[in-house]
Design a protein around this ligand. Structure first.
Ligand SMILES: Cc1cc2nc3c(=O)[nH]c(=O)nc-3n(C[C@H](O)[C@H](O)[C@H](O)COP(=O)(O)OP(=O)(O)OC[C@H]3O[C@@H](n4cnc5c(N)ncnc54)[C@H](O)[C@@H]3O)c2cc1C
Ligand code: SF4
Length: 427
């Protein structure tokens, strides 16, 4: 099996997952921009400083993912200190949140208790509300401003180094692969372990392209510039997908329609070989808790989270929130995860066969360790061959190939390499 040798390889072979760590490390030498496929990717100049490229490649989760342990933990669901069913006690937060609001409640709790200075997370882009962006929040109100799932590219780690450079204590709320990037960085930057107060994630079925959001608004004959709000779900659980235009018109469709017709159509290739969609490297995992419908919503109701406590830190956080009356949570058998989120268990069993298919098709393969993937593959042996073949077909169709976003040369700021490039986004 070969590994990608450069940042350009990571992007062009479909291994980048759009975390934004490139830009955080490389600054304006490596700005994130939408590529032709509608994903945020680093815009790589021809004369990228090799030292910057080497630093990025050491931490890039598209290239390397190291789990918490090969031996301990459930083969499919990973190590945990307990599983719970719960929700934020603040009913207004619970209502607007994606599921039960525990992710937002936990991040806000750490700020309000003075245990953290900032929360690094994601929200709608105020200027272009169909898009999403990384956000640093310092108050509960700001954290609540980023509530809800954003089913599109966001690059949350773009701003990580700006926080590390200021020496602020951080809570990161992001996708499992973004958390993997933070953990990778911790191996080369000792500020991460010193300043990282907690990592909070969710189960992730995969990240849709920006084109998916454009298709949603396109159904109502809207351009991006017409839209002042695009909310995928929330305001009930799952709540409707809602579009508000700048001219005061409102369109709504059910989340079920959004998921079946749109969201699952444009998932990035890297998610098909994701070794950890359940956030094994985070402290706390907050997911949906729909039981008995293969992980799909059952009607609309009050939001609930299935919570996986991964670490002693995560346990202290949940206990602290329960004691402070911020979250209500009851223990839940871990076996419930299997009925609530069966597709995540199945996905884990498919990764090794898919990597084999990728390698047989002559493509570079990322390096995964300590995620029990071989043991999981044994459980999925019955459909291993079809996954190998399926991946080879995907490669033949070019499904894993992506473009690097174009970089526009701008006037260099004198003596400052970081003034050189500015990303150009497709319109
Ligand atoms: C792409 C995607 C796929 C998902 N797949 C699943 C799944 O398969 N199963 C499941 O149970 N849940 C999934 N979710 C998560 C689910 O929608 C809820 O976010 C989760 O249950 C937590 O609920 P909550 O009410 O506690 O979160 P909230 O309190 O609403 O907080 C959500 C937090 O997630 C952050 N966030 C939102 N979108 C993104 C993004 N694109 N990248 C990084 N951070 C983001 C926000 O900044 C916010 O802090 C997915 C979410 C996304 C964005
Ligand atoms: S996965 Fe993250 S660090 Fe790696 S190339 Fe993509 S944006 Fe950069």
């Amino acid at each position: 099996m070969t590994s990608p040798r450069s940042l350009a390889d990571v992007v062009q072979y479909g291994l980048c997952l759009g975390c934004g760590l490139c830009e955080s490390i490389g600054g304006r030498d490596l700005p994130m921009a939408l590529n032709e496929q509608g994903f945020l990717r680093p815009s790589i100049p021809d004369d990228l400083d090799p030292a910057i490229e080497a630093a990025v490649l050491k931490a890039c989760p598209g290239l390397i993912q190291r789990g918490p342990g090969a031996r301990h933990g459930d083969v499919l669901w990973g190590p945990h200190e307990g599983t719970f069913l719960g929700h934020a006690r603040d009913e207004s937060l619970r209502h607007v949140a994606s599921s039960g609001g525990v992710a937002t409640a936990a991040a806000s709790f750490l700020l309000e208790e003075g245990l953290a200075d900032v929360v690094l997370h994601v929200s709608a882009d105020e200027e272009k509300p169909v898009r999403s962006r990384a956000r640093i929040s310092r108050t509960r109100e700001e954290v609540v401003g980023g509530v809800g799932a954003r089913y599109g590219p966001a690059a949350p780690l773009q701003l990580l180094h700006s926080i590390l450079n200021r020496g602020e204590r951080i809570v990161v709320v992001a996708k499992p692969c973004d958390i993997a990037a933070v953990r990778n960085l911790a191996r080369t930057d000792d500020r991460v372990d010193r300043l990282l107060i907690a990592t909070i994630t969710f189960l992730c079925a995969g990240l849709p392209s920006h084109g998916v959001s454009r298709n949603i608004i396109g159904k109502y004959s809207l351009a991006e510039s017409d839209v002042q709000l695009l909310r995928y779900r929330g305001h009930g659980c799952p709540g409707p997908t809602r579009i508000e235009t700048r001219h005061g018109t409102v369109f709504e469709q059910t989340y079920q329609e959004t998921w079946s017709n749109e969201l699952n159509q444009g998932i990035q290739f890297r998610c098909k070989i994701c070794p950890d969609s359940t956030g094994e490297q985070a402290d706390l995992v907050c997911s949906d808790a729909w039981d008995g419908a293969e992980g799909y919503p059952i009607g609309d109701g009050s939001g609930m989270n299935a919570i996986i406590v991964r670490t002693p830190k995560g346990r202290m956080l949940l206990d602290g929130m329960i004691a402070a009356g911020v979250v209500a949570a009851e223990p839940m058998p871990a076996s419930k995860l299997m009925t609530m989120q069966p597709h995540h268990a199945r996905r884990k069993t498919q990764i090794i066969p898919r990597l084999v298919g990728l390698a047989l098709a002559g493509q570079p393969v990322p390096s995964y360790r300590n995620l029990r993937l071989f043991r999981a593959a044994v459980l999925g042996a019955a459909y291993a061959l079809s996954n190998v073949r399926g991946m080879m077909k995907r490669v033949r169709r070019g499904n894993n190939r992506e473009h690097i976003p174009a970089a526009r040369i701008v006037q260099p700021a004198s003596g400052n390499r970081r003034g050189r490039h500015q990303a150009r986004e497709p319109v």
